[in-house]
Write a protein that binds this ligand. Structure first.
Ligand code: DGL
Length: 265
């Protein structure tokens, strides 16, 4: 595999951009192909079969583009499709769950960890299983927050009703006295400020963007696959509504997103 080959990243929509941003910060010479499956958003309320099917189509698309590694920048797909996807390709696939678990275990002082995510991710119990494998005495509180993704995809995170939704979902976290909260959906860093405003500022937030970026970098270094001379080019593909993705995505990446290609898989 050529070192100049791009890195593939996918999510159901905008959320994966939070992961792309961190990866791009620490690997600025790599080239990237980002796929936002906006036609099928949200993944978090779909069946496992659907999510596996959508993810497989995207992985095949990325493989045809010659990517050297794939990042599943989506917790819902990571929780139900990673094992299957790994069996379908011979390049490394990175997911966003285990890096967040390791980080949360290091950070908690009172052994009380909260997890928020989509219905699929929370119902899969993948976070709680992985945490318990490390330490069975950790108390875990998991809450599905299905309204967060549509709020973010509509660009409504600063609307005042978002505070009410945050309060509704997170009040049980406060009651559970957690000291560490895993943002188990790649969309959620976009409403981090609103979550901070509601929770005590002593609660530590865990997102998987940076830890995933670090593991990818370590893999590329160890396997001598770093692209040292690349221009950091990003190609964007979406399966629906390229204009909306462009408007909101540019805001989240702090950079203009141009040339988004609409493609049906
Ligand atoms: N950002 C994704 C996740 O991490 C998907 C959200 C959704 O489409 O429901 O789960």
């Amino acid at each position: 595999m050529n070192n100049n080959a791009p890195i593939g990243i996918f999510d159901s929509g905008l959320g994966g951009l939070t992961v792309l941003k961190k990866i791009q910060d620490i690997l600025p010479n790599e080239n990237y192909i980002y796929f936002g499956d906006t036609a099928h958003l949200p993944y978090g309320s779909k069946s496992h079969e659907c999510i596996i099917d959508y993810s497989e189509n995207i992985v095949n698309f990325l493989l045809n583009k010659g990517v050297k590694a794939i990042i599943i920048a989506c917790n819902s797909a990571s929780s139900v499709a990673k094992t299957y996807l790994e069996s379908r390709c011979d390049i490394p696939i990175f997911e966003v769950i285990s890096p967040a678990v390791k980080n949360a275990i290091q950070l908690t002082s009172n052994n009380r960890i909260g997890i928020i995510g989509t219905e699929t991710t929370i119902q899969s119990k993948v976070y709680s299983q992985q945490i318990s494998e490390f330490n069975q005495s950790i108390h875990i509180k998991e809450i599905a927050c299905p309204l967060f993704v549509p709020i973010i995809e509509e660009g409504l995170e600063n609307n005042k009703f978002t505070c009410e939704v945050v309060k509704l979902y997170l009040t049980p976290m406060v009651e559970s006295a957690i000291d560490t909260l895993i943002l188990g959906c790649t969309h959620y860093p976009i409403i981090k400020e609103q979550l901070y405003n509601f929770l005590s500022n002593e609660i530590k937030f865990v997102t998987s963007d940076l830890p995933v970026a670090i593991s990818l970098k370590e893999y590329l270094e160890t396997n001598q696959k770093l692209n040292l001379n690349g221009s950091g080019k990003i190609e964007f593909y979406v399966s629906d509504d390229a204009e909306k993705f462009q408007n909101l995505g540019s805001k989240f990446l702090n950079n203009n997103i141009n040339n988004i290609q609409l493609i049906q898989l």
